[in-house]
Ligand binder design. Structure first.
Ligand code: MN
Ligand code: MN
Length: 470
């Protein structure tokens, strides 16, 4: 029997021939792990200041302007090295750094979304029932409704007034602020509720947020709790009840993002999907100087409800932007897009040992194995996906490997179990080579999603690598 460390013939051949995903925790050196942890400190801070698409756009513009980005002006001729941004209705944002190659060589795109599942207030939300005041909601995106009861909620958003002013609202984030909640039924009286299926025991129509209980002092009259709430809102914001009709107010978890685990290897928080990719797509373009190919980060709204509307990825606003860039060089938009490449930066499911039966381990992303490359999403026979080509997969594999980006393959669950989509197919529709690449997430779409710090850092490195290609 041999006692030395020589590999057996089968071990050596396996090493040569087999595909083996790498665990970042054992592969990366200490310096890179430290860099990842530091990068994630910035990410956590950002998560806490930008919980909605509007707050993301505002914070991103502040960061971009510090790095020399200026508002895009289609009447100003662009040149290599220019940094511009386009703010689409305060809800989506495009940032671009002009490259030295000719524009018809194509551009490099990182596309993420900045909306997350939450509870939206209805247009006429305020009501009183038995001396308790509520905001009525219509949930936004794919949620498990029972997860949104019995936890602190903060209120974010805007109220647009008829006089043209827009009032910013953010209540529940400061330690001294009040918070709100959806109440749940005590277990003592829940025997009927607990028999219902999880999709039914909290009804969408019952996701009503408790906002007050003290009446306006008057022994006559009705709806005095509601009146007292309206009085507080009028005094603080100058708004009337009718102003809710032109508002976008949303309830999101009120707590900040936190380190998870005794080893602090993970981050838990609200809305990693998709800020965990949008933030790296942002930071990587902010670092981009004088790229060969023009670099573009697009931060889209409305992905969670199908990328609809004029701030979603199905809108023409992105195409119009590329058309204006092309025109600045006397070229056609389609001649730019046809040669362009895109990493559709969205999250994927991370393998969870507690729910292992819904995924197939050989094709499921795992925490700490790097950013996940997802050839196709969709469901039930690859319906509703752009399915990246073999050639494009090869190009991305090589690019990432050559630049020491730790990545793994990902697939959204077992065949026929379910599925989902991303913005990838809308960008692919523009004749752009597109593939999904993003961070694996535990408890996706819950109010407390979990990601690995090393994977977040690898997402940043992946998008920086895309923008750095020669
Ligand atoms: Mn997403
Ligand atoms: Mn999502």
């Amino acid at each position: 029997m041999s006692t030395n460390n020589e590999k057996s013939p089968s071990e050596a051949l396996k090493e040569q021939l087999f595909y083996k995903p790498k665990n970042a925790t054992v592969t990366l050196d200490e310096a890179e792990i430290k860099a990842a942890d530091e990068y994630c400190d910035g990410y956590k801070k950002f998560l806490n200041t930008a919980k909605t698409e509007r707050e993301f756009v505002k914070a991103a513009i502040e960061m971009a302007e510090k790095k020399g980005f200026v508002p895009f002006d289609r009447n100003k001729k662009l040149k290599a090295g220019d940094k511009v941004y386009l703010n689409n209705r305060n809800k989506s944002l495009i940032l671009a750094v002009i490259g030295s190659r000719h524009i018809t060589d194509g551009v490099s795109i990182a596309a993420a979304h900045i909306d997350s599942p939450r509870l939206d207030l209805k247009p006429n939300p305020l009501y009183e029932d038995r001396n308790l005041a509520y905001f009525d909601t219509h949930y936004y995106g794919g949620i498990k409704k029972y997860q949104w009861t019995a936890m602190p909620l903060a209120l974010h958003g805007v109220v647009a007034l008829k006089d043209g002013r827009t009032i910013d609202v953010c209540i529940g984030e400061d330690e001294t602020d009040p918070v709100f909640c959806v109440t749940d039924l005590l277990p003592h009286l829940a025997s009927e509720q607990m028999k219902k299926s999880a999709s039914e025991f909290i009804k969408g129509e019952d996701l009503n947020i408790l906002i007050g209980s003290r009446p306006f002092k008057d022994d006559k009259g009705s709806e005095l709790v509601k009146l007292n709430i309206m009085k507080i809102l009028y005094e603080r914001y100058g708004i009337l009840e009718s102003d809710f009709l032109s508002a976008e107010l949303v309830a999101v978890p009120a707590y900040p993002a936190r380190d998870v685990g005794l080893d602090r290897s993970m981050i838990g928080g609200y809305g990693h999907d998709d800020r965990v990719c949008a933030y790296p797509a942002l930071t990587s373009i902010l670092e981009t100087e004088n790229p060969a190919y023009t670099a573009i980060t697009i931060l889209a709204d409305k992905e969670e409800i199908g990328s609809e509307g004029n701030t979603g990825m199905q809108s023409a606003f992105f195409k119009y932007f590329v058309a204006d860039i092309a025109a600045s060089f006397g070229e056609e938009c389609r001649h730019v897009l046809s040669n362009s490449v895109c990493l559709s930066a969205d999250v994927n499911v991370a393998y969870d040992p507690l729910y292992s039966d819904v995924v197939e381990i050989r094709n499921c992303a795992e925490l700490n194995h790097g950013v996940a490359l997802t050839k196709y999403t969709g469901s039930r026979g690859k319906v509703d996906t752009s399915d990246a080509s073999a050639e494009f997969m090869a190009m991305i594999r090589k690019l990432m490997d050559d630049n020491n980006v730790l990545w793994q393959i990902g697939e959204l669950g077992k065949v026929d179990v379910g599925g989902g989509g991303t913005v990838a197919k809308y960008i692919a529709d523009l004749d752009v080579d597109t593939v999904d690449m993003g961070v694996p997430v535990l408890s996706m779409h819950s109010p407390f999603e979990v990601v690995s710090k090393l994977d977040v850092y690898m997402a940043h490195k992946a998008f920086a690598t895309l923008f750095g290609r020669k």
